[in-house]
Design a protein around this ligand. Structure first.
Ligand SMILES: [Zn+2]
Length: 242
């Protein structure tokens, strides 16, 4: 068989394995079968099967565990890897700050609205905890790398995994840009600290509105906060939004 043909066969087998994982309920830890059993089930050569497994592992749906009791085991996808891949992709696609700003605004406004509407007691506790952690980090001089955490919590409270994933990706890209400016000397340490404190105050105000169940106020405050971040990076994006 030609190289291309066996690759296509491996892709077909990988798709079948993934379909079987989904129809089995995607239960983490389930052993789908030993290598020998699966080669027989899917009716392919060992080489093709191994290539299929490599694809399934790459998609983070299962991995081959060696040794006794081993076999192809269903795994939990790691959202961190998905986020990093999306981040690399968007940087590679040369996403502009303006595009990033527009997309992030739409997602974050949807997030605060849903979070305010679906608020629960454990949700309130998580928001408070996130604010306290942020305050603690700023007091200890950590001004980069944590500012997106509150945004992640809000998105999680919205209960929509698609929203959570993309809010995190876009917030991280904003963070990357601030970091780049700092590394290139365009942002001073003092400027970063100022920015972190202002963001923290904005976060407190957003959380207050969410906890009060006031979705419109939460939206208004989130919009102002994102405009302030955009202004820190680029005056243009914030001005155009007014
Ligand atoms: Zn923020």
């Amino acid at each position: 068989m030609q190289e291309g043909g066996s690759q296509r066969l491996a892709e077909t087998v990988a798709a079948r394995i993934e379909k079987d994982i989904v129809s089995s309920g995607w239960s983490t830890g389930t052993v789908l079968g030993s290598e020998r059993e699966l080669i027989e089930r899917y009716g392919v050569s060992r080489a093709v099967f191994r290539e299929a497994v490599r694809l399934v592992e790459h998609h983070q749906m299962a991995r081959m565990r060696r040794g006794p009791g081993g076999g192809l085991v269903v795994t939990e996808p790691d959202p961190g890897i998905v986020r990093d891949a999306a981040r690399v992709y968007l940087r590679r696609a040369a996403v502009s700050r303006r595009q990033l700003f527009d997309a992030r605004m739409a997602l974050e406004l949807a997030g605060v609205t849903a979070a305010a509407e679906k608020l629960t007691e454990p949700g309130i506790a998580r928001l408070a905890e996130s604010l306290a952690t942020e305050r603690d980090l700023i007091d200890r001089g950590v001004t980069l790398g944590h500012a997106r955490n509150l945004h992640s919590v809000i998105a999680e409270l919205a209960g929509n995994p698609a929203l959570t994933l993309f809010v995190e990706v876009l917030a991280q890209l904003d963070q990357d840009m601030v970091q780049q400016e700092w590394e290139s000397g365009e942002q001073s340490d003092e400027g970063l600290r100022e920015g972190a404190l202002r963001s923290h105050e904005a976060h407190e105000a957003i959380v207050e509105a969410i906890v009060g169940g006031d979705a419109a106020l939460a939206q208004h405050r989130m919009r102002r906060h994102l405009q302030a971040i955009a202004a820190l990076l680029d005056d243009e994006a914030a001005d155009e939004q007014e």
